[in-house]
Write a protein that binds this ligand. Structure first.
Ligand SMILES: Cc1ncc(COP(=O)(O)O)c(C=O)c1O
Length: 296
């Protein structure tokens, strides 16, 4: 087993060392992956887009009928306490709520007390090299379930998807799902949302139950408006990704990150083929400004 860092975590009302926190083997999170999670980025010990992350946590919990155990102010207080105790300036606060502990039975038991776990870790941002040259991605069929809008802890499908690119030394696996018309459309990546740039506009897939609404989906809409980039969510056929001017990933840790190689082929056209493009550069700059302005 990897040794655990000697940091503080929160478990069911108590702050304890991460290497001493214990949950029951009958926790439905352990038995079924029956839980919800959130990952909130923290810059200079200030939480970024916290309200939006809490709104998504509440939505995911409601979708799986787990009561939200805390009000937003209580989540904030706990997140701040963990953040203050951690040595890194830039961090990720991880929150997990499972349905609780019960004898194993698929049906949801009534009146269970949810298990609440929170920890803080150092943010591992993209490297200067990745930002300068962009990253490589591999494409695959989206073989996950049809409720990918729920931020569920049962992530085995995402783990398997991620490993397809990890095995090839690439950064992400970009997923396509075949629709009833036989066309494959972009959904997202194993742990990121995916964007393309076409004629100067940033395009992403429409919100649906087939993909997670990343917190950066709305943030990028705001940033596009701020810097004057057209933004549109619409179905994106696979062919449009392979012929895009730019391809970008977004997530709490990746922020926005340029994809410059897809299945071994360079992304983009002309002088920018295989290089990060101008829309990425403008959004990355705007993102850095938003971090300073919007962290609490
Ligand atoms: C499957 C999936 N899609 C998209 C995202 C991006 O979401 P966010 O911008 O909230 O980090 C994540 C984040 O981890 C994810 O796991």
């Amino acid at each position: 087993m990897q040794s655990l860092p000697d940091t503080l975590c929160y478990l069911n009302g108590e702050y304890t060392r991460l290497d001493q926190a214990k949950v029951s083997v009958l926790d439905r999170g352990f038995i079924f992956g029956d839980g919800i999670y959130e990952v909130v980025p923290v810059y200079g010990r200030r939480l970024f887009r916290f309200e939006e992350h809490m709104a998504r946590l509440a939505r995911s919990l409601a979708k799986v009928r787990i009561p939200n155990p805390h009000a937003e102010a209580e989540w904030l207080e706990r997140a701040r306490r963990l953040s203050a105790a951690h040595s890194a300036e830039d961090q990720l606060v991880y929150i997990q709520v499972t349905r609780g502990v019960a004898l194993r039975d698929h049906a949801m038991p009534v009146d269970l007390e949810p298990t609440v776990f929170m920890m803080c870790s150092a943010m591992k941002p993209a490297t200067a090299e990745q930002r300068h040259h962009g990253v490589a991605c591999i494409t695959a069929r989206d073989f996950r379930w049809e409720r990918a809008d729920i931020k569920a802890t049962s992530l085995l499908p995402n783990v398997l998807a991620r490993q397809i690119s990890a095995d090839k030394g690439a950064t992400e696996t970009i997923l396509f799902r075949e629709a009833s018309n036989g066309i494959k459309y972009l959904s997202e990546a194993s742990a990121s949302n995916v964007w393309i740039v076409h004629e100067g506009a940033l395009l992403g897939p429409p919100k649906s139950e087939l993909l997670l609404e990343g917190i950066r989906v709305e943030l990028l809409r705001e940033l596009c408006e701020e810097v004057g980039i057209a933004y549109n969510l619409r179905p994106i056929p696979e062919a449009d990704v392979f012929t895009a001017d730019e391809v970008l990933l977004s997530s709490a840790t990746k922020e926005v990150l340029p994809v410059t190689s897809l299945d071994g082929e360079p992304v983009g056209h002309g002088a920018l083929r295989g290089k990060p493009g101008p829309v990425y550069a403008r959004l990355y700059e705007a993102y850095q400004r938003a971090k300073l302005a919007q962290s609490i």
